[in-house]
Design a protein around this ligand. Structure first.
Ligand code: RUQ
Ligand code: CUA
Length: 651
């Protein structure tokens, strides 16, 4: 019970720190210098310097903020339905949320990263993942749309996630070890029988398309965070584990028994070669691969079968374990690729491993036993150094590219700046309150843009006007261009931002698509001019081929629909300039509106329940006569013989 006591007192301390913090607003403590407002002010009409992409956590979405202003620019729906945009409601995008469990309308988005070339942000795509139904997703940064979602089979919860420095692979590691493949067995027999698969997803360098390359069947630990090697350490992947105890109950105590868990160092190049030479075993698997077609803008979901698995204990040189104190969470690699920071959540020191020492220890076989047939490296041989008394409850570290690291401390609620050259603490600033992740634009690449740091806090408390029992989480922007960090701004976020990534606006702004040509719309139900609009009946299915343009629908009067019909409205927006969507809402529909982007087509299924005359209208204010953008559908009894007809202004 000693362990439990120490954990309880840690939390007690955390609560005290939080409540102490509540009467320091950050202003009184001098954290705000006189011209802070000026430094985050982006004048009306001016653009922000950075795009910031923030994980929406349990909202399942990704949000886009401008930095330094903290202005929210957009929510990009990824793993959850979004009624505002019709994502996951309209017929075109429903397949995006298909899985081997059927349609899953919600997801828990955790980490994300921007694609890289030679270890630098290239701004082509964002990749992200989901913690509940294991999935990874790709967002195209020319259109800011989710274009691909790939389910990860034989995994359970995906928490560790990383992209290699040329976007060769995404790694998605399981947080919950499970029987692999899944089967009915006693939970008590977990130890030694559950597995912790790490999935390597290959990314096509041209199209960005994702495909599972192989799954490394690791021991049944919880894989928490992962980061790729870079420069010299490119070809390696580092992932923290907790629960090396392989406990299955009262985890807050039972998975904190070992003094050290591990950072797993995985040489994926060795595994890649093993696989290329015919290594590995096929395992049954059933998983969905959902792709939004570039030309039709219609998503398809394909069920795939079988994956290649490898047993790392059979591949010499593939996996080594570095003992890491006290249930490590973050695992962060600096821009040079030499330092690997392991944040033991319950540790008094911050542990930093050296990549070159790791290689030497491997060459000299400086081992300290093994785990399921894979070597444990001698702790002292791989240790680069420790940061002493850095704070309480370290979680994550980012880098400024000038030799400094910044680590968040959840329990003592602060960001601490320290030097990679001598492990000395340089500065510390409080966060309000209880920070989880932090982000420096490019801070997870070879080339950070070390001007700002954003802390993402778990507790908001008194930072904003109270809004009922819950408040949005808070993000805080610090200026890190000088020796000391300076707090400049607070802004609320959507859901829980587990991580964020930011990039200079100049890298992606010019590539943002502005013209959406109608003649490039290859949707099978698109109509490109009003003369072609029509209504067709096939038994109980009625297809309405409709157009929208400022400010009317064609047709806008339809008769001959009957109770019990399945009415498919295929609505094409004839506008081609960006920022001119039209909406489509139908009284009595059991789904969300359509929000049809310029040049695009979307489909709503409406099953009229009652006879009558029912209105439809545009939901998005599109012109001075937006309010006039409306129409009627007449619904007759199931046995009526009202002829099918449609018109616009009597034609
Ligand atoms: S986690 S607060 Cu989901 Cu990234 Cu560390
Ligand atoms: Cu179209 Cu409002």
């Amino acid at each position: 019970m000693n362990k439990l006591n120490s954990i309880l007192s840690t939390f007690l301390l955390a609560m005290i720190m939080v409540s102490c913090g509540s009467d320091q607003t950050g202003k009184q403590s001098g954290a705000l210098s006189g011209n802070a407002a000026e430094r985050v002010y982006v004048a009306p009409g001016d653009h922000d310097e950075f795009y910031g992409f923030f994980s929406g956590g349990f909202s399942g979405q990704l949000s886009v903020y401008g930095l330094p202003s903290g202005r929210m620019l957009k929510v990009i729906p990824v793993f959850s339905q979004d009624a505002e945009k019709g994502y996951g409601y309209n017929e075109e995008t429903k397949p995006m949320l298909n899985t081997s469990y059927g349609f899953v309308p919600w997801g828990d988005l955790h980490h994300l990263d921007i694609s890289q070339t030679n270890g630098e942000l290239d701004g082509r795509w964002i990749f992200t993942h989901e913690n509940n139904t294991p999935r990874v997703a790709r967002i195209d940064l020319t259109t800011f749309e989710t274009v691909e979602i790939l389910e990860i089979p034989n995994s359970a919860g995906n928490h560790s996630f990383a992209i290699t420095e040329n976007t060769e692979y995404l790694i998605a590691g399981t947080r919950f070890s499970v029987p692999s493949p899944q089967k009915d067995m006693s939970i008590e027999e977990m130890k030694g029988n559950f597995k912790g698969p790490l999935t390597f997803v290959k990314v096509d360098q041209e199209s960005g398309g994702m495909e599972i390359a192989f799954q490394v069947i690791m021991p049944g630990f919880s894989f928490d965070l992962a980061h790729p090697g870079r420069n010299a350490s490119h070809g390696w992947m580092f992932a923290t584990t907790y629960n090396s105890e392989e406990a299955n109950t009262l985890m807050e105590v039972n998975s904190s028994q070992n003094d050290k868990d591990f950072i797993a160092a995985i040489n994926w190049k060795v595994i890649e070669e093993y696989v290329a030479n015919g290594g590995g075993t096929r395992m049954t698997a059933n998983y969905a691969h959902n792709v939004l077609d570039h030309d039709t803008h219609v998503a398809t979901s394909t069920m795939k079968q079988g994956i290649l698995t490898v047993n790392p204990s059979e591949i010499p040189g593939a996996v080594f374990f570095m003992p890491t104190p006290k249930s490590p969470h973050g695992c962060d690699v600096d821009p040079t690729g030499e330092y690997i920071v392991g944040s033991g959540k319950l540790a008094a020191e911050l542990t930093v491993f050296s990549y070159s020492k790791m290689i030497k220890a491997i060459e000299e076989k400086n081992f300290d036993g093994e785990v399921y047939g894979m070597p444990i490296l001698n702790y002292d041989a791989v240790l680069g150094g420790v940061v002493r008394e850095p704070g309480l409850g370290p979680l994550h570290t980012e880098f400024d590219g000038k030799g400094n690291a910044y680590t968040t401390f959840f329990i003592s609620s602060e960001v601490v700046k320290w030097s990679l050259s001598d492990y000395q603490v340089i500065d510390r600033k409080p966060t309000y309150y209880s920070v989880g992740h932090l982000m420096i634009p490019g801070g997870n690449s070879r080339k950070p843009f070390g001007k700002y740091l954003v802390a993402m806090n778990k507790i908001t408390k008194d930072r904003y006007l109270p809004t009922g029992p819950e408040m949005n989480h808070s993000a805080q922007l610090y200026d890190i261009s000088g020796d000391k960090m300076e707090l400049l701004l607070d802004f609320p976020t959507i859901g829980e931002p587990h991580y964020a990534a930011a990039i200079p606006a100049s890298i992606i702004k010019e590539n943002s698509k502005k013209i959406f040509r109608l003649d490039e719309n290859a949707h099978p139900h698109a109509v490109k001019r009003e003369a072609d609009t029509r209504v067709e009946r096939k038994g109980n299915d009625v297809h309405v081929y409709m157009t929208m343009v400022r400010s009317h629908f064609s047709p806008d009067n339809i008769e001959g629909i009957k109770v019990g019909d399945n009415v498919y409205f295929h609505v094409t927006n004839l506008e081609q300039d960006f920022d001119v969507p039209h909406g489509f809402a139908m009284l009595g529909a059991n789904t969300a509106e359509l929000l049809v982007m310029p040049g695009g087509t979307k489909t709503m299924l409406w099953q009229p329940k009652r006879e009558g005359v029912w209105p439809l209208y545009c939901t998005d204010f599109c012109s001075a006569l937006h309010q006039e953008m409306q129409g009627y559908v007449r619904v007759s009894p199931a046995n009526s013989n009202v002829a099918l007809s449609w018109s616009l202004d009597g034609d």
